[in-house]
Design a protein around this ligand. Structure first.
Ligand SMILES: Nc1ncnc2c1ncn2[C@@H]1O[C@H](COP(=O)(O)OP(=O)(O)O)[C@@H](O)[C@H]1O
Ligand SMILES: [Mg+2]
Length: 290
């Protein structure tokens, strides 16, 4: 595996701010990975994306992409990356297709079939409408396909599915997976645990400008365990009373009460409650995702 992004002791303070928005951020991303930033609003996810995509350069510490320190990046960095901003900017008086052709003209790389991209995200019939008349969801989809136009090696996607209906969110997520299958590296910010779990190889939990924890979604959920709740009759069921007990799934095999009741057909129900990624997030950071 090849390291494609390396961040060391990264700090960032906005000129107008009294304190740092990003503090002591450290991580690496391997080529071909989908790496997620999961955290509540205001945590610093978009700021981190802006540093990585070379937009925000007044940081301290080191941020290298393709081995290039982002402070020193040149214009041609944008040939190799695709950026989908949280609030995509378009020329409202021009049609979506005119906008796409304009942005595509900024690149020297071979381009994707632009109409094909419109079709994929269900915007083909609206390609010749002015972007000013587009809804938020349509602009989001347009912003997403714009980031793919020049077939970049790394994609920076900032909340790509926020504000989309489930059907359109599904299309975008499938397209993100296709990009990964195509060998692309993807950095994705989200406050949606389902998206993080479905898409990301590894997830950094971001809170107050810090990485509070970093692991794969499966590992996060495994370490935090699953709870089992079972109900059973007593051996002497003359009272006809049902008892309920909870215990970790880990210890269920050694739970005599459970084993005996199960053997003797006294168990009436078993429920397991798998922790969600948000449960784990709350346990590790003391904060929710909303
Ligand atoms: N241009 C800016 N100038 C000053 N503060 C900013 C600026 N942009 C964002 N912030 C602040 O930085 C913090 C992190 O914001 P942001 O990176 O947008 O978080 P997220 O994307 O996780 O919601 C917030 O407190 C926000 O108000
Ligand atoms: Mg944001």
């Amino acid at each position: 595996m090849k390291e494609i992004i390396g961040v060391e002791n990264l700090y960032l303070r906005y000129p107008s701010a009294k304190s740092d928005t990003l503090m002591d951020i450290n991580f690496t991303v391997q080529e071909g990975e989908i790496f997620g930033f999961l955290g509540p609003s205001g945590a610093g996810k978009s700021t981190l994306q802006k540093v990585l995509s070379g937009v925000q350069r007044n940081y301290r510490g080191s941020t290298r992409v393709f081995g290039i320190e982002m402070k020193k990046r040149s214009r041609d960095y944008y040939e190799r990356i695709g950026v989908d901003f949280e609030f995509p900017n378009f020329y409202g008086k021009f049609t979506a297709m005119e906008n796409m052709r304009y942005f595509a003209s900024l690149y020297n790389r071979p381009l994707q079939d632009i109409m094909g991209l419109f079709e994929r995200v269900g915007l083909a019939a609206d390609a010749d409408k002015k972007v000013g008349s587009y809804s938020k969801g349509m602009k989001m989809r347009l912003g997403f396909i714009r980031s793919l136009t020049h077939n970049p090696d790394i994609l920076f996607l900032d909340e790509p599915t926020s504000g989309l209906d489930p059907a359109n969110a599904r299309i975008l997520k499938e397209m993100v997976k296709e990009q990964k299958a195509d060998g692309k590296t993807i950095l994705l910010t989200t406050h949606n645990m389902h998206d993080a779990e479905e898409l990301c190889d590894r997830v950094a939990f971001i809170v107050d400008g810090n990485i509070a924890a970093l692991d794969s979604p499966a590992a996060f959920k495994k370490t935090q365990g699953t709870e089992v709740r079972f109900s059973y009759f007593l051996q002497d069921d003359s009272r006809n009373e049902i008892f309920t007990q909870s215990c970790p799934l880990d210890g269920l095999g050694e739970n005599g009460n459970f084993i005996n009741a199960l053997r003797e057909k006294r168990v009436t129900s078993i429920h397991s409650k798998e922790r969600t990624l948000e449960d784990v997030f709350i346990e590790l950071t003391g904060r929710g995702l909303q």
